[in-house]
Design a protein around this ligand. Sequence first.
Ligand SMILES: [Zn+2]
Length: 405
Amino acid sequence: MLLPKQCVAEAGRHPHLVGHFVRHQIHRLLTITSMELKDLTTDSSRLSERIVIAQLAAGVLDYAAAMSAGKTFRLPYPPNLQLALDRLTMVAWQQNAEPPSNVVELLQLAARPFESWPIRLSDADVDPGETLLAYGRPSVTCEELGGLGGDVAAEMRQNALMLAVMDKTRAAGAPDSYVAFRRLLIERPAITALGLDARLADPELAVVADELRLAYPEAPPEARADGIVRTCGGCNGLRLPLDDDRTWVCEDYSCPAPGTPGPDHSAAEGVHWLRRELRTFVTGPGRAELRIAEAIEAMGVPVQLWPDFDSCDLAVFADRPWVADIKAWRNPTRLGRALRERMFRVPPEAEKAYIVIGSEQVRMHPRYVAVLRRACPALKPGKRVTAVAEKQFLDAVRREVEARR
Ligand SMILES: [Zn+2]
């Protein structure tokens, strides 16, 4: 950046003013940039808030990945984090708010609920109580905002490991192996070394043994204390110690019973924990998928999980099937945006198609479906794909079962 000559001369006489001049110049540049942006978009400042938060979330994920790679973290910080700091600083200045002055402060901000930020984020698709970091680790909000920009199914297709599982099981003509793999990830986010060996010996899973090993690295050191690894009885994942080393928490926000202790394992026997992105995108939503499938099975009609290698989450009825994609996004506006960009492909033979919102989400956000339909009008009743809550979906299936008898 070029400072006008007299500014430089002035700054030379008053070194403490340099920061002020630089800031003034950047502010001027910013004003120009936002004016230019206005030509391109209808509302540049709102656009930037959403993008800045997405970039910050991506940066937090990159940073967490670098930290957990086991090596000592080295500068520089991930580019997304650095860029997010620069852009957030610009947003703060536009609002005359105080920006975080470095990456450390930025990460402290990421651990605070958005409502307490000094910077307003009016169009950032976030709820006031959400945070990007929870217990020092990226939150689900962070995953939804940062990694993926798309929906779970899209993420699954981009995830190298799930892609390999899909390719291998498809090549082997083994849809049951695909279903078994996915079911294991949902039912057992944590597993002992012995338990993992048993699964590897299971003929159904043998075709994806390599992927199974990759999916389940050893539990990280922070999951152990006094040589013990503690599990969660609610989700079969791990409970991690807080800083006080006395409180143990399940970090799965959609865990059905986070306070319930599961069995303890000695660290020496070896415990494996499903990779974080798979816990978020397979395990969390998967619990609702299994629960809904079981409820439909109990009605005595055929239901298929992830039919045709995951063309949707489930299909009910053998002919004129009803298909459903089950969504466990925390935030309906973010889900609506993702669906606006990419709706799931409804097979032509399907009689009806649904986006089903799990009970956990509806419980946390009672107006979830209404907000989602407003964010994505293609989901209103009467459209090809309708958004409904889990309970409404099961009621509709039950009525259809009666009607078809
Ligand atoms: Zn749990």
